[in-house]
Ligand binder design. Structure first.
Ligand code: ZN
Length: 271
């Protein structure tokens, strides 16, 4: 979860029991990174290792846009207890989703140390998704150093899970009121996964079922999640996608795939 001003996720949950910690062995997480790298190479991406955490590379995959094509950034895995997002990007890579009409920039496994431990935080106990202003962690510093070498993005999608909700929802940062991709994403996800129907989601009022439009002003944020950093420096249209951890993994994977596909299909500038 991102864009939350209150710290951490320690409050008692009135809805779902906190899921058990699902740690992975270092070998399993390294194997996931290897598979992401192999799928990226096979799909024509250039691979970079931004840094490493717990012996696992922090991967960045890029394939530039054709002339005039939109540039799309996707990230996953910044919270180590959210397994669906990195695996959904792997599925999209292996399925050949990333076509030649756009440029693609993927950071699919941003917190391997957290995934090894089954924790939201990294191995030093830091929530990396609150570190994009102060840059205390080596992982986020490495990520930001890579981002600074990239062009502006026409769309950013940060993939997450939320164990507290019963349905999919998203945050939209769209201060210029560009054609919103929120409704197409929610409509597409709704065919494979429930949409969160609460009027208040993660402490914020929903603008529509499953859609939160928070204040995008980075200056009013003390702690910056990745999405706010991207908004401040790289994009004018950004989404954070949250699938419900209470639902089966296959359903969360489908939710992310459908959301990504719907956003990219509706993105202006696509030929
Ligand atoms: Zn998260």
């Amino acid at each position: 979860m991102v864009l939350k001003l209150r710290g951490g996720k320690t409050a008692p949950n009135p809805v779902n029991p906190r899921p058990p910690v699902k740690a992975s062995s270092p070998a399993e997480v390294a194997a996931l990174a290897d598979r992401l790298a192999a799928a990226g190479r096979a799909a024509g991406f250039t691979l970079e290792t931004m840094g490493e955490a717990d012996g696992v590379p922090l991967l960045a995959l890029a394939r530039p846009a054709p002339d005039g094509g939109p540039r799309v950034y996707l990230s996953a895995g910044i919270h180590g207890d959210e397994p669906a997002p990195p695996r959904s990007l792997l599925q999209l890579l292996e399925a050949g989703f990333f076509g030649n009409h756009a440029g693609w920039y993927l950071c699919p496994l941003l917190n391997p140390g957290g995934m090894i431990r089954g924790t939201r935080e990294d191995s030093a106990g830091r929530d990396l998704n609150r570190d994009y202003r102060s840059l205390q962690s080596a992982e986020v510093r490495a990520h930001v150093a890579w981002l600074r070498r990239q062009p502006a993005f026409d769309l950013t999608l940060c993939l997450h899970e939320d164990w507290e909700t019963h349905g999919f929802y998203l945050y939209e940062l769209n201060p210029d009121r560009r054609p919103s991709l929120a409704e197409p994403m929610v409509a597409a996800v709704g065919r494979v996964c429930p949409i969160e129907s609460a009027a208040v989601i993660d402490g914020r009022p929903a603008a529509a079922p499953g859609i939160i439009r928070p204040d995008p002003d980075p200056a009013r944020r003390e702690l910056w999640p990745e999405a706010i950093y991207l908004h401040a420096h790289h994009t004018r249209l950004g989404y954070t996608l949250e699938s419900p951890s209470a639902h089966p993994l296959d359903q969360r994977l489908a939710a992310h795939r459908e959301a990504v596909a719907a956003a990219c299909a509706a993105l202006p500038g696509r030929p």
